[in-house]
Write a protein that binds this ligand. Structure first.
Ligand SMILES: Nc1ncnc2c1ncn2[C@@H]1O[C@H](COP(=O)(O)OP(=O)(O)OP(=O)(O)O)[C@@H](O)[C@H]1O
Ligand SMILES: [Mg+2]
Length: 418
């Protein structure tokens, strides 16, 4: 266990990679973590994460913890450009509020590992700090910060995110995607983005503060065509391109009605390999069931459900050769087809979205299982083929309410209780 105190000069940041657990205290001055202000004297416990403690005016930080990986203080940060962007967005929000109109619809794009999610969080926090209520739309399916990896989520941010638990207290609207990458099923992705866009429009219509606060859309590593498609679906008018000169130039020409802003990547962004991303996902899954320091410990339940009380589906059927398709059939229809799954031992450690589909639902023109909202998630702990039961890990007693429909996350994760 090591402990060290850092005196930060104005406009500098302390960057820390935390493989296990570390504790952080702002001893004096003022500082923020990704846009959320720290409270002087409060002990923050952080687990398996990378953070930057930034100060505009200077501050003293105490850091202690196990295996804190070589923290360092950086004087060069892009925070000035980020706050200028926030100020410009906020100016638009003020104008929109005065005219009872729609605020800036911002989307953050760029290659993998350039700090897109971090910038989205900073902008959402800055907006909430000045009393705005933007809609945060998370299309970063690899991370799934507000839901679970493999989901798309939307929520209004009406107060800065908690430093320790981030999105854990938000109650997002969730759609099941089931893949870690967008190119694994662009058809399903586009369909779900459409659902999110409609839901966001309805939400903004109900609340003028939400409408004038606009959107903040966090994305994964999208190519130019997908950026254009998503921008059109959300009627985006500000695109922020992080660390990609070529895409910046291409988008300027391709979406002339929008403001396209080029921003530089922070030197603090930690390049994460597949293993590091997988570890981050696992820690996120654990947090969903067991809670986090900021949220308090949760006491998950282990309901035993009978095979007859659950219907399990995965999204995506094997492709049918074009020659075998009936005339006029959609050649990509298989991508959004729901396929029933029979419980087997293979499901142990699988993670499911509990669908909001009512008991006895049927896919019709007006109702599609893949378009239903997720109520929460459960993981399979055990499958008893003799008794025909499954033991699930659920975040609360009474979840899932039976009978229920479960959607399989294509990626399976390790047991969250390990
Ligand atoms: N200034 C900083 N100091 C220290 N760590 C940082 C800083 N900015 C970002 N990070 C860390 O770098 C990692 C990558 O950042 P982030 O997740 O924002 O990138 P991304 O572009 O969203 O990645 P992906 O393409 O996987 O979605 C994260 O663990 C984040 O906490
Ligand atoms: Mg991201």
């Amino acid at each position: 266990m090591s402990e060290k105190t850092y005196e930060l000069e104005a406009e500098s940041e302390l960057r820390v990679e935390i493989p296990t657990t570390a504790e952080l205290t702002l001893v004096s001055g003022a500082a923020e973590v990704y846009g959320t202000e720290m409270v002087v004297g409060k002990l923050y416990t952080l687990r398996a994460t990378n953070i930057a403690v930034f100060t505009w005016k200077g501050g003293t930080i105490k850091l202690s913890g196990n295996a804190v990986d070589s923290p360092y203080v950086a004087k060069e940060t892009p925070m000035l450009s980020y706050i200028n962007v926030h100020a410009a967005l906020d100016q638009r929000r003020t104008t929109a509020a005065a005219a009872s109109g729609t605020g800036p619809r911002t989307m953050i794009v760029g290659p993998a590992n350039v700090g897109k999610s971090t910038l989205a969080m900073i902008l959402a926090n800055y907006a909430a700090r000045v009393g705005r209520r933007p809609i945060y739309l998370d299309l970063d399916v690899g991370e799934g910060a507000a839901g679970m990896p493999g989901t798309l989520t939307a929520m209004t941010v009406d107060r800065p995110l908690d430093i320790e638990s981030r999105f854990a207290r938000c109650k997002p609207l969730t759609f099941h995607y089931g893949h870690g990458k967008i190119n694994e099923s662009t058809r399903l992705f586009t369909l779900l983005v459409d659902k999110l866009a409609k839901a966001a429009t309805r939400r903004a219509e109900r609340d003028p503060v939400v409408a004038s606060s606009g959107y903040i859309v966090n994305t994964s590593d999208l190519d130019k065509d997908m950026v254009m498609s998503v921008a059109a679906q959300f009627e985006i008018d500000v695109v922020m391109v992080l660390d990609n000169e070529r895409m910046y130039n291409e988008l300027q020409a391709a979406i002339p009605g929008s403001t396209v802003v080029k921003l530089t990547k922070s030197g603090g962004v930690v390049p994460r390999d597949m293993a590091a991303k997988e570890a981050a996902r696992l820690s996120h899954v654990k947090q969903y069931y067991y809670g986090s320091p900021g949220q308090g410990a949760l006491h998950p339940a282990l309901p035993v459900v009978h095979f007859d009380d659950v219907s399990i589906f995965k999204i995506g059927a094997p492709p049918v050769p074009a020659a075998c398709l009936p005339f006029g059939a959609d050649p990509f229809g298989h991508e959004t087809q729901t396929v029933p799954i029979k419980p087997t031992q293979d499901l142990v450690h699988a993670c499911f979205t509990v669908s909001s589909a009512p008991a006895g639902w049927q896919d019709t023109e007006g109702f599609k299982l893949i378009e239903t909202e997720g109520l929460g998630f459960v993981s399979v702990q055990n499958v008893d083929m003799e008794e025909r039961t499954m033991t699930l890990l659920a975040p609360a007693q009474g979840m899932p309410a039976l009978p229920c429909t479960l959607l399989l996350c294509e990626q399976t994760y390790s047991d969250a209780s390990n």
